[in-house]
Design a protein around this ligand. Structure first.
Ligand code: PLP
Length: 224
């Protein structure tokens, strides 16, 4: 595994996709997804300039957290309420808020450690049984109900597209997500600050970028 080379290739593909979409080169955050990746390899990637790291399981994240210096950790997997307390003081952003009971727990734990937790609301964009996330139509009403949770700030949206052979097939889903993101930007609430549209993985990140993603979560293309 040549992390340096893999990162260079991913960087180049991201900047080509941005250029093709006539977007600025720095209009994106790369999150390297390190699930099942060992500590020395994660350290290598950070040495090569990777700043943002994504984990999808609370236990694995907490185990790794103390062994890695100076990374910004993203929690990207489905989150059980009883795990929130273990990650709340460690994580830079939670991408997987999809229900009110979880929002209340995040708010409660964030209050305890005196921080405003940045969260993304996860949308089940293709209505798949196998995926977490809110139905598309419920996103806006759900986000509006969070206004009294003072220790949560909604920073954007996250979605995972279905896994298909040809990523062009999932373009319509990414387009819908961008539309919802833009609509939420026009809603003026203090607890909403639409900054991140988290979509695009190894299989489909170029299509996601061309549809307006500004945060990609990439695992295999970096850590293969
Ligand atoms: C594993 C994972 C990724 C990265 O997937 P790759 O196909 O390895 O790029 C992104 N997002 C989530 C939520 C994941 O669980």
């Amino acid at each position: 595994m040549d992390i340096s080379n893999n990162l260079n290739i991913v960087d180049k593909r991201i900047s080509d996709a941005l250029k093709a979409a006539k977007r600025e080169k720095d209009d994106i955050t790369l999150v390297g997804v390190t699930k099942n990746v060992e500590i020395p390899i994660i350290r290598d990637a950070i040495k090569e300039g990777l700043v943002h790291i994504g984990e999808n399981r609370a236990q694995e994240f907490v185990d790794k957290y103390d062994k890695i210096d100076s990374a910004k950790w993203h929690f990207i997997g489905s989150l059980q309420r009883n795990k929130v307390k273990y990650i709340i003081d460690k994580v830079f952003m939670i991408h997987s808020l999809d229900r009110l009971s979880l929002a209340k727990e995040i708010n409660k734990q964030a209050l305890k450690v005196d921080r405003i937790m940045h969260v993304l609301v996860q949308i089940n964009i293709a209505d798949e049984n196998t995926k977490y996330g809110l139905p598309y139509e419920e996103a806006i009403p759900f986000i509006e109900t969070l206004f009294n949770l003072k220790n949560i700030k909604v920073k954007g949206l996250m979605a995972m597209a279905p896994l298909v052979d040809n990523p062009e097939k999932v373009r319509p889903y990414f387009r819908l997500m961008k539309r919802l993101f833009d609509e939420l930007k026009t809603i003026n609430y203090p607890h909403i600050d639409m900054q991140y549209l988290s979509m695009g993985m190894t299989n489909d990140f170029e299509v996601a970028i061309s549809e307006g993603s500004n945060l990609v979560r990439i695992g295999r293309a970096i850590f293969k």
